[in-house]
Structure formats: C-alpha cells, structure tokens
Design a protein around this ligand. Structure first.
Ligand code: SF4
Ligand code: SF4
Length: 398
C-alpha cells in the first residue's frame, strides 16, 4: 500500500476521505481531504488536510504537515490519515489494482504468503465500508475483495459482496480466496445468490497432489476443501479463476498440474500461473520456496501451451518477459500493482518494457540472472483473453 508520511497536527482518530487537489465549494468539502501547499483559510470545511508546508493554526481541520511526495496523490484517491503521521492510500483513482482488504485472518498459513495472517481486526471491515461509502456513485471498472481470507467474515462477506454488486453493477469484482469456505455447500449457495456474472472467484490451488498442496498451505485437509469449494461454486454458476503460485516445491510439476486442470476443472473462466512475491512468509521460507523463473522456464512453457492448445484461457502473472520462453510471452500480463512495481537499469534499453510485468519492489531478492533487454520483434502479442484479469492481488492470498 502506498504510504506518505508527515507530522500530525494533534492526536486524532483515523480519518478516511477522498483527496481534493483543487479547492471545492464549501458544501462539497466534508468528505474530502485537501492537499494544499499551505494551511490557510482555504482549508476550512474539509474532513482533513495534507500539506508539505508547516502546521496550520488551531482552528484548522486535523492535518498532516511537512508531508513528502504529495505529487503521488491523484484527485479522488481515497486515503486514511492517522495520528502516527501516516497517509495510507486505500484507493487509487485510475489504477487497475485496487482492492479492499477486509481481514488479515486466514484459515491457511501458506509457506509463500506475502502477508502472513493475523488475528481479525474488525476495523478493517469498517474501513472497507467507509471506502465503499466514498466510491458510491462513481463508475468503476474493477473492484477486488481480499484478505487474509475474506470468506471468514461469513455473512458479513455475503453482505459486502451484495453491496459491491448493487452499487457497482458494471465493475468486474474479483474475490481472492483459498476457496475452503465453499466446501460448505450452503455457504457457497448464499454467496452464489449474491454473485453476478461480473464476479470472479480467484481461487488459489497450488498442486494437484493433496499432500503437496497441504504442505504449501500449512493446513492439512485444505486440498480437499478447496477442491470441493471449486465444485460447489461451479454448481452455483459462479465464474472461477484458478491461481497457481509457482514455488520451488511445485515448479517441476507444472505440466502435470495443467493436465489436472484440464481434466478436472475445465469449466473455469481463467487459469493463472503466478511468480512469487518474496516477502512475508515467502521471504522467511525462501530456502524452501524461492525459485527463479529461469529455472522452470521449460515447465511453464509446457503447462501454458497445454492449456492454450485446449482452448482454455490462461495467463502468467508477475514474471518478466525475458525470463519466459518466447512462445508463451503473449500470455504474460502486466500484473504488479504500480506502487510496488520496479524495473532494473538494463530494462531502460528494452523495447518491450511497457508490456513487461517487471519485478516486485517488495521482494527480498530479485531473479537477476538471465535478464536481458528484448527487441520489439522478439515478442509477438495477441490480445488478452476476454476473461483474463490483469490484477495481481494486493497482498494476502495469491
Ligand atoms: S529487460 Fe525487458 S523483458 Fe527483461 S525484465 Fe527488463 S523490461 Fe522486462
Ligand atoms: S497466501 Fe492466501 S491462503 Fe495462504 S495464508 Fe496467505 S492469505 Fe491465506
């Protein structure tokens, strides 16, 4: 999450509001956070303010002063200010990677989780609702509910999904989930009732071998539950995406995993192979799970082509173009959220940089070997599949 820092004007409870880069009429200020070079009378009436200048006087709204990097904020971004002096960007206008983090709790403990689970904090759900309040009436193309495991909220999750669908009927709504909760057929039915064809359930499945999947998720029985969950969602007519995070433990089985998808889950809307973000649990367990894309280049090629040749919509997220076999480069997507997306100095001379996912700036180490600039003609692009999402999950469940 993009975060700016400054100094709080005083102690205050967290404030959520939408960024106003220009002055608004007085009646339209109460939900806005003004970004201003100096605190003066123009700051009156706003929910809060951010300034690169000095503190305002006592009658000004709560604010952070001396904030660096204000130029990174866009008009309409939704931000949470706290009295620790931080401004967290909860929603970036124009970004394709926005997500509402509704809980950090999870019923798995994956070896490669980029955001290790924590006890549920009800404030996150309140925050998600506050963001939705501010988004009401906007025309969105994309919305994502993530965790932790969002379905652990039970009926609160169903209500949140209903609200998203009702208030943003045009938006693609992605649910990032490990799918275990849908092993309960009644819960799957409740969620299925709430979902529309715009809702995509992005279910993580890390192996076709039950013991290996359970080892990776740190939760015995999770393979069976996730598999049942996928079938129960399909029974409800829900659209499903299967997400497979590639690690050292499963990289050698990519082709047989693809065969498994084709044989047992051919009804899904989309299939994704994902490079790993080496932070959180993944960084702690790097000796066990870290693997460079170059090491599984041929396995990934075989897996992607096995699905594509059978007409199944497949994509690859989070892997640089030059680390993949040329034949599968058309399936790669720019999938890393802009705030943590970085490139290397040698990328400056690459003629395909604009189409390359690049790297996670949050990773503890980067796969530096075999990176080489590409010529335009080295990648022949086809249009993305209709059902392809282009969003890597912002934290939590891949
Ligand atoms: S050299 Fe080009 S293809 Fe390779 S990582 Fe950099 S931008 Fe991507
Ligand atoms: S990766 Fe997803 S399923 Fe696994 S522990 Fe993290 S949030 Fe839970």
């Amino acid at each position: 999450m993009k975060t700016l820092e400054g100094t709080p004007s005083r102690r205050f409870a967290p404030i959520i509001g939408e960024i106003a880069l220009r002055s608004r009429p007085f009646y339209a200020r109460s939900r806005a956070i003004l970004v201003t070079p100096r605190m003066d009378r123009g700051a009156l009436g706003y929910r809060a303010c951010l300034t690169s200048g000095p503190a305002g006087r006592f009658f000004h709204p709560d604010h952070l002063f001396g904030v660096d990097g204000l130029e990174q904020l866009g008009d309409g971004d939704i931000v949470r200010l706290d009295s620790a002096g931080k401004a967290h960007v909860l929603w970036e206008t124009g970004s394709a990677h926005n997500a509402l983090l509704v809980t950090e709790a999870c019923n798995c403990s994956c070896l490669m989780c980029p955001q290790p689970p924590r006890a549920h904090d009800p404030a996150l759900l309140c925050e998600a609702r506050a963001v939705l309040d501010l988004l009401r009436g906007r025309s969105l193309t994309q919305l994502c509910l993530t965790g932790g495991e969002p379905t652990l909220l039970g009926e609160d999750f169903v209500a949140l999904l209903r609200r998203c669908v009702r208030e943003h009927p045009e938006a693609r709504i992605d649910i990032l989930t490990n799918g275990k909760a849908f092993a309960d057929r009644r819960f799957a039915a409740r969620v299925g009732e709430a979902a529309t064809p715009n809702v995509l359930f992005c279910v993580s499945l890390h192996s076709e071998i039950d013991m290996l999947h359970d080892t990776l998720t740190g939760a015995p029985g999770s393979y069976i539950a996730t598999q049942q969950g996928i079938y129960h969602l399909a029974e409800q007519g829900c659209r499903i995406e299967i997400r497979h995070v590639i690690s050292r433990k499963n990289a050698q089985f990519l082709e047989s995993f693809a065969e498994h998808l084709y044989n047992y889950f051919p009804f899904c809307a989309h299939y994704v192979f994902m490079g790993m973000e080496l932070c959180g649990n993944a960084a702690c367990n790097s000796t066990v799970v870290a693997v460079a894309p170059y090491e599984y280049q041929q396995q990934l090629r075989a897996a992607v082509l096995a699905l594509a040749r059978r007409g199944l919509p497949v994509s690859v997220y989070n892997i640089p173009l030059c680390l993949c076999a040329p034949e599968i480069r058309p399936f790669l997507r720019q999938s890393i959220a802009s705030w943590k997306n970085i490139y290397l100095p040698q990328c400056d001379s690459c003629e395909r940089k604009e189409a390359c996912a690049g790297f996670f700036g949050t990773s503890a180490s980067l796969p530096l070997d075999h990176i080489h600039p590409l010529k335009k003609e080295e990648v022949c692009f086809t249009p993305p599949n209709d059902s392809a999402t282009d969003a890597e999950e912002p934290g939590g469940c891949p």
